[in-house]
Design a protein around this ligand. Sequence first.
Ligand code: BTN
Length: 257
Amino acid sequence: MNIDKIERRTKGIKISYFKSLDSTNSYLLENGDCGEVCISDSQSAGRGRRGNTWVSPNSGNLYFSLCWCFKKKPENYALWSLLGLLIGIAIAETLEDIGLKGHGIKWPNDIFWQQRKMGGILLESKNQLGRVVIGIGLNLKMSKEDQKQIDQAVVTFEEAFGKTFSKDELVILLIKKLHQFLKDFDTLEFDHFNEIWNRWDILNGETVSIKHQGEDLLGQAGGIDSFGRLLFTNQKNNEMLSLSSADIKLNSLNKGV
Ligand code: BTN
């Protein structure tokens, strides 16, 4: 990767680049300066959400993290819980800017293209209030052999775009978009946010099955509340649940953007 070029084009952002690393999130959680970006060609202990492993071979995929420090706490506490969703939107918009169609976000922040996962986001913080590490993994290029290590349907950028493209250019665009979104974050209004979210939400109105308190439930997903929780109506008793975390399976998904 051409790190000088990325630093120049992102107006001097500090980039720490490695051929291999345990996890770019771990690196920044321990050593990261505010605004610093860490990129690695592979990760030996890549982490996903809900304690999962993020398979990170040296195949051309993108594994990177950004350390962000909020100067002031957002007035509205509920905003914090929307941050992870917002990062998903920033990525979805970047992909739209470079011509992708048919992608969306599976709550809370999995990037999907035609029913298969193309990327994921992991937000972590440690000790300091307002300092957050945003980790992003995108499947740009991966052999079928490597894809077999993942226990769900995945798709690569190469397949979705029908061409290979520069990892450097993608990182530059993502950093710019993330900055734009993050600097406006503390003045974000939920109603406005919700409108944008609805545009990308691939679960809205879909029948999904979830595991909730040890029970398998079938029902409809119906958008989010102002805390970014998924609204789910249980088909059995019409009870509405607000879920802050859940393992969601799509029963029928036939929607793109
Ligand atoms: C998920 O969908 O489960 C989230 C995956 C996040 C993976 C990225 S890759 C870069 C950063 N470093 C990590 O260890 N995890 C995130």
